[in-house]
Design a protein around this ligand. Structure first.
Ligand SMILES: CC(C)(COP(=O)(O)OP(=O)(O)OC[C@H]1O[C@@H](n2cnc3c(N)ncnc32)[C@H](O)[C@@H]1OP(=O)(O)O)[C@@H](O)C(=O)NCCC(=O)NCCS
Length: 143
């Protein structure tokens, strides 16, 4: 686990596309997040290859926001996302964050289960949050 670097962005974008298809963040947005919050943009590496990443930002009012999390399909169910999220939450806490939030598709049972294991709780539904009209759960954790 380490902070992302600009040379990782090609591989990160590749994973992003595999995981989110046409909703993938484009490389310029990923670069913006990297420049904005390098300490909370993390990658997981296995044998020298990036296999997953998480992007978080700390809002001006002190809340941590998980922007994106994805693990390459060949490296799932090995605890990579859990490790990335735990490190992100630790870094949030180090910046004085007490509450973290995220949005997740209501159909994304894998991610919801993961977040619940990390003590995130559903606190609301955001109607038609995604471009295809699907709702999101708003999930929040105290850290
Ligand atoms: C969701 C995602 C990040 C999980 O990554 P991962 O590295 O496989 O997750 P972990 O190995 O840390 O899993 C932790 C727990 O989450 C739950 N979980 C993860 N994937 C699951 C699945 N496919 N089905 C059911 N539960 C799942 C399990 O409870 C799992 O614990 P277990 O393996 O001991 O049963 C990954 O599937 C992914 O990248 N999906 C596509 C992108 C995405 O949906 N990102 C989240 C957007 S909000």
């Amino acid at each position: 686990m380490r902070g992302a670097r600009s040379e990782d962005l090609g591989r990160i974008y590749e994973i992003e596309k595999l995981c989110f298809g046409k909703d993938a963040y484009d490389p310029s947005l990923l670069l913006l997040y990297l420049n904005l919050s390098p300490e909370t943009f993390l990658v997981a590496e296995r044998e020298g290859e990036v296999v997953g990443y998480v992007v978080g930002i700390v809002k001006r009012w002190g809340e941590g926001h998980v922007i994106s999390l994805a693990v390459h399909p060949q490296h799932r169910r090995k605890g990579v996302a859990t490790a990335l999220m735990k490190e992100l939450l630790k870094r949030f806490a180090g910046k004085g964050v007490r509450v973290a939030r995220l949005e997740v598709r209501v159909s994304n049972e894998a991610a919801i289960r993961l977040y619940e294991k990390l003590n995130f709780r559903k606190v609301g539904v955001i109607k038609r949050y995604y471009p295809d009209g699907e709702d999101a759960y708003l999930m929040v954790a105290r850290i």
